[in-house]
Design a protein around this ligand. Structure first.
Ligand SMILES: C[S@@+](CC[C@H](N)C(=O)[O-])C[C@H]1O[C@@H](n2cnc3c(N)ncnc32)[C@H](O)[C@@H]1O
Length: 297
């Protein structure tokens, strides 16, 4: 009815007054470009300086940080003067990763240190406790393609990387016996939020020497629900380990975790070196923070 009336008015206007009404076509832009999710704006896979000469300046700065870690001589057998190649390769590999979203797992800066340390130490055996989507397992195998690699997680339901080189076990690593290996050429990465004292004692009993821990705050910087308590940093600083529990607020809730002072003391005595890897988030300006610690027992 409305259309008929509209047509009648239009024809009257045209025939009696000579006024022709045209429909103005809306200017619809070409199909909208799919927008990358904003969460990737700080992802070096999508946002980076294109000019190779400027890329190289960032690589050089990061290589300087790796060199300063290596000056500690934790890995006497490591090939020196290779940091720049490691950094260059890392950027390339990181950009090529198949699954981009690793929320709740290692971000760019943790990935940087994982890759750099694994490449430098070049272990024959790599063990990871806390696999999540498999992103860090994939990265470790990129760093050390010839290593024998194991991954442990109490649930492998979230595993996304399907072509991993690592053997995956849906269990805690505690009850697993590894075939004989050289402790100088092996690396364990704990990213499972389990009590660090327990993990260090287990690692020692299994014959490991080179350890990486994620989430290792000292007692005065604990505010999240994830760290394994007591943390290695608490043991090294000797703070908060003489008591049987500690509490803190997380997201408005009180969290309380038990501590076994005897176990903490035993683990503390195992630690020969404890080195919190420098956070390079400020250096790259990609932001976020890494909290990876290298420990030697
Ligand atoms: C932060 S995620 C690991 C992230 C992963 N390493 C990465 O960087 O992408 C923590 C994982 O630890 C696992 N986890 C919890 N308890 C564990 C245990 N006792 N042994 C091994 N993994 C455990 C969780 O299931 C979860 O997948």
């Amino acid at each position: 009815m409305k259309t008929k009336l509209k047509k009648l008015i239009q024809s009257l206007l045209k025939n009696l007054l000579g006024i022709q009404i045209y429909r103005v076509k809306k200017d619809v832009p070409d199909k909208e470009k799919p927008q990358l999710k904003m969460k990737y704006v700080h992802d070096p896979a999508y946002s980076y300086m294109i000019e190779p000469v400027y890329q190289e300046r960032l690589h050089l700065e990061l290589a300087g940080v790796v060199d300063s870690f290596l000056s500690n001589d934790f890995f006497p057998n490591a090939a020196n003067n290779n940091s720049l190649n490691i950094v260059r390769d890392f950027f390339e590999i990181y950009r090529s990763r198949e699954k981009k979203d690793n929320t709740h797992g290692s971000g760019f800066h943790n990935a940087f240190w994982l890759y750099a340390i694994a490449r430098t130490l070049s272990p024959d055996l790599i063990v990871e406790s806390g696999v999540w989507k498999g992103h860090s397992s994939w990265l470790l195998s990129q760093a050390c393609p010839n290593a024998n690699q194991y991954g442990f997680d109490i649930s492998l339901n979230k595993l996304e990387y399907t072509d991993l080189k690592a053997q995956m076990f849906e269990q805690d690593w505690q009850s697993y016996s590894f075939p004989d290996f050289d402790s100088n050429r092996s690396l364990v990465f704990f990213d499972c939020h389990i009590n660090h004292a327990q993990r260090l004692i287990e690692a020692k009993a299994k014959g490991f020497k080179h350890i990486l821990f994620d989430d290792n705050p000292p007692i005065h910087k604990i505010f999240s629900h994830v760290p394994g308590i007591p943390t290695a940093a608490m043991m090294v600083e000797g703070e908060g380990i003489d008591t049987t529990e500690i509490s803190w607020m997380w997201n408005g809730e009180k969290i309380t975790k038990p501590i076994d002072p005897k176990e903490a003391k035993q683990a503390k005595d195992l630690i020969k070196a404890h080195y919190i890897l420098p956070d390079v988030g400020g250096l790259t300006r990609y932001g976020g923070f890494a909290f990876l610690t290298y420990i030697q027992i």
